[in-house]
Write a protein that binds this ligand. Structure first.
Ligand code: SF4
Length: 506
């Protein structure tokens, strides 16, 4: 198997940087169906450009390259230990090349291994089959959408939908609830893989396996095929929209499977994947390890460009901000304003926030813009370059954010998915804003970085360190302002009303 490692590196690189055709098609339809000029349409415009940029530069589509999960079929007699070793080497090499972010953290010490290897990382599932070739499928599913996975134990009471019984109607309600509860935090529009039945642990694995189906296939089980199309139609009436900004498209795929269950249990397990739905596969020659064909791709069809125009679709109403920011400037912003930031920005996510609760910041944060981001960085010729730098889910910082804003004078927080009531109150009290950047648009935002000015708290590892960046025309939307308004709270309320209407439709 001389070519095995190179084939696997190519699979990882392509999966991370080039969205498969079925996802491109679904996202193309999403772009077309959104109302022009809306925040959702602007978000989809950035996403489309980002997909093109990732392909062009062979850079990660999103900075969170997820938990690499391999599903492998081997002919009887092929050495699986050999394949496992090659996968580990390929994952480490792809990380070194900046195609994967160092994403593997020791759960006891918090230490990042730096190469995506560690206990149970990457995830590898083997099956044997009767065919002659080896098949390797890979999915890279990031943490933001992974955190929105959800499992229901039926019968149960669901917010706004009432009782979900142990039947397909109960399953339908559970899936609609799953889409609704994700809001923009899983980088909508998303796709759901669903397992009806099994036990808790295996149900989640089977739900994730459904994401290996193409978005445009038809379920061979007629009642599940009907349910899939019904959920697609109804979920897209909820109005969550791209990034949870409100809009026409909330879901790009719904794939449902069923497994037997214990008489006492009835689980509905939902794996929520974001728009950056990175999944590919290859067939390999079993003796050489060379790629014989790609899965999910049509070799006769060239990859089409996604973006209709160039870059961020400007309307002329954007507010230009120069960081650091004054209180007056920030208090002048309102929910819905689109801003273009130029100047200095500091990244900070989970470890930085926990650190700031007990320690003074390593830099002066007065007037600062704090970016919830764990970038992909590469050191080239002694200088750091940003390879991918989109926002991470902000709600994880909710227990800390109010204190960080009030104690250190931060004026703007950039992230995705919005934050809660405590942060909203702190924004009002201190004169600060929350800016929603477009989740997953890691290439787009990497290109707004003019210079890496420095790095602090590197002991937390690359994604968790505090990077000091100079950005130019960094686009984001004010979704929580200093006047007590939150777009996230509004959309959650609106979509809850629409969810309740779906209960009555049946
Ligand atoms: S697109 Fe959003 S949810 Fe998906 S991996 Fe990137 S940051 Fe996470």
């Amino acid at each position: 198997m001389n070519f095995l490692k190179d084939s696997l590196i190519e699979l990882i690189t392509q999966t991370s940087t080039n969205l498969p055709p079925d996802v491109r098609e679904a996202m193309g339809l999403a772009v077309e169906s959104e109302t022009p000029g809306t925040q959702s349409a602007q978000a989809l415009g950035i996403i489309a450009s980002n997909i093109d940029m990732a392909l062009q530069d062979e850079g990660p589509i999103c900075q969170d390259t997820g938990m690499p999960t391999f599903l492998i079929h081997t002919p009887v007699g092929v050495n699986q230990l050999h394949i496992k070793r090659a996968i580990r080497e390929a994952v480490a090499e792809a990380t070194r090349r900046g195609k994967l972010r160092p994403n593997s953290v020791d759960s006891l010490t918090g230490k990042n291994s730096g190469d995506n290897l560690g206990a149970e990382t990457p995830v590898i599932h083997f099956e044997q089959w009767e065919e002659d070739e080896v098949e390797v499928k890979l999915i890279l599913k990031g943490g933001g959408c992974e955190n929105k996975n959800i499992q229901y134990s039926l019968p149960c009471e669901l917010d706004h939908l009432g009782r979900a019984d142990r039947n397909l109607e109960g399953v339908r309600k559970s899936i609609l609830h799953a889409v609704w509860q994700a809001q923009g935090q899983g980088c909508a529009p998303g796709a759901v893989g669903v397992c009806i039945g099994s036990d808790r642990a295996h149900g989640y694995a089977l739900a994730k396996n459904q994401l290996f189906r193409t978005l445009d296939d038809v379920n061979p089980v007629p009642e599940l095929a009907r349910l899939e199309s019904e959920v697609m139609e109804e979920a897209n009436r909820l109005g969550v929209g791209a990034m949870g900004f409100g809009g026409q498209v909330s879901l790009i795929g719904c794939k449902i499977g069923a497994a037997n269950r214990l008489p006492a249990s009835f689980f509905v397990s939902v794996a929520y994947d974001c728009w950056a739905f990175r999944r590919l596969g290859v067939r390999l020659d079993a003796s050489s390890g060379a790629i014989t064909s790609w899965l999910y791709r049509d070799p006769n069809r060239a990859v089409e460009r996604m973006a209709r125009g160039e870059g961020f679709p400007l309307t002329g109403r954007e507010v230009v901000l120069t960081a650091p920011l004054s209180e007056d400037t920030v208090r002048g912003l309102r929910v819905g304003d689109v801003v273009l930031i130029t100047g200095e920005v500091f990244t900070g996510r989970d470890n930085v926030h926990a650190y700031l609760m007990k320690n003074a910041p390593p830099v002066d944060l007065r007037g600062a813009v704090l970016y919830h981001c764990g970038p992909v960085m590469l050191k080239q010729d002694d200088a750091w370059t940003v390879k991918a730098a989109g926002p991470t889910t902000s709600s994880r910082e909710e227990p800390y954010q109010a204190t960080v804003i009030e104690k250190y004078g931060v004026r703007a927080v950039i992230g995705k998915g919005g934050m809660g009531a405590r942060t909203l109150a702190a924004l009002k009290k201190s004169g600060a804003v929350y800016l929603n950047a477009i989740g997953g648009a890691a290439q787009y935002y990497a290109r707004t970085v003019d210079k890496v000015l420095g790095v602090h708290l590197m002991e937390f590892g690359i994604p968790e360190a505090m990077w000091h960046l100079r950005v130019n025309n960094f686009a984001a939307i004010v979704t929580m302002d200093a006047h007590g308004s939150s777009l996230h709270a509004e959309i959650e309320k609106d979509t809850a009303e629409k969810l309740a209407q779906l209960q009555q439709v049946k």
